[in-house]
Design a protein around this ligand. Sequence first.
Ligand code: 2AM
Length: 476
Amino acid sequence: MGVVGLAVMGSNLARNLASREGNTVAVYNRTTAKTDELVAEHPEAGFVATDSYVTFAQALTRPRTAIIMVKAGRATDAVIDELVHVFEPGDIIVDGGNSLFTDTIRREKAVRETGINFVGMGVSGGEEGALLGPSLMPGGSDESWVTLGPILRSIAAVAEGEPCVTHIGHDGAGHFVKMVHNGIEYADMQLIAEAYDLIRRGTGKTPAEIADVFAEWNRGELESYLIEITAEVLRQVDAETGRPLVDVILDQAGAKGTGAWTVQTALSLGVPVSGIAEATFARSLSSHPEQRSVSRELPGPDAATAFADDPDAFIEEVRLALYASKIVAYSQGFDEIRAGAAEYDWSIDLGEVAKIWRGGCIIRAQFLNRITDAYRAEPDLPVLLTAPYFVDALTRAQEAWRRVVTISAQTGIPAPAFSSSLAYYDGLRAERLPAALIQGQRDFFGAHTYKRIDKDGTFHTLWSGDRTEIEAEDTH
Ligand code: 2AM
């Protein structure tokens, strides 16, 4: 098999492939110096270096399998164009980059015409995951999965004895699921960040002390890679200033765009992923120093520090609020996958998706087993958080969750993901929503009509006439 694109992710994935019994890996990179460097640095890998697409194709046994690991976008199209010329029907081109799923749908369709298989594959786990075992989310045809399955199983992370890879669904399904994975990751990170901020300002604890809190949490139901690394980051001391590193890092969060894709797609699908959206917007807000500097004098409560009377009790409430909000974020993310599958005609096993996220990837956590269990018990579960396990957890957490959101509002410590998750939860629970009033307003200004709770049909009130109600055509 072969790998095209030898930046860090591609190099590491190639080394991972080469380290498996029986594999010989051909490598190609546009800039040949990088290929030579990789091959020289890793003689143990036994790479076959190639310096053109023709020699790359010649080096592969058929059906040829090439994994492309280049920058998503135009570079991916450029490489596919080249490979299509040197590959033959039955060969497989895998795009392991962070491609937008609609690009993958387009590319799969175009490549299929040539008889070559195209597989868009989400790869999660960063550089280390690529080297030691990532979580893999391949889409593409059933035919390509027959060849790819064993290869991918051999290089994927292993969680509880099972490789973290499954055939997600056709064409763009793999990249879609990877996209939502990243959106959930944004939400998870934001929630952890809000918890840290509330604890720091609420208890006056130092980052190192809060690191201990997270390390402790990592032994309970919040156990996850993100909680684990949070403790590591908080414990880190800056060598230059001797201050906690977190205090010298500029507080403007970057983003590569997958969170925004998740939210944009959710908007198109009509899925309320409010936790993911708040997390994405929170990064945007942080990254506008010019707006933040002119806003610093806006009125608010005096910045209270160490306001928690009982720090340990407060920390426990924050933990519960974090857990509840996390359940909401995952529930929303799975809702988006369910809606995407319906829209694009993919058959996606949601329980399997949770399973392959247990290892290798950034959101890996024990917690994902509960999601798998929930979908095993009820594959058509309409709202993940209504599964019995999550209802139990939310029942335990909800009072604390409300108190933490209240404290956030009262003290002026922003907790957008905590509060919007709670609002979503209460929206779902509501017996009646003010959506009825919105329907009334829409009917008033645009004759958009409404339905009634007590009889079938579609109605319109003659607002500018005598305000009697008439039966109307259904125009939405
Ligand atoms: P390079 O080393 O020649 O720049 C990440 O940037 C990877 O994508 C690198 O391996 C890079 O190759 C590759 N890449 C970027 N644009 C490319 C293109 N248009 N064609 C082929 N590879 C490209």
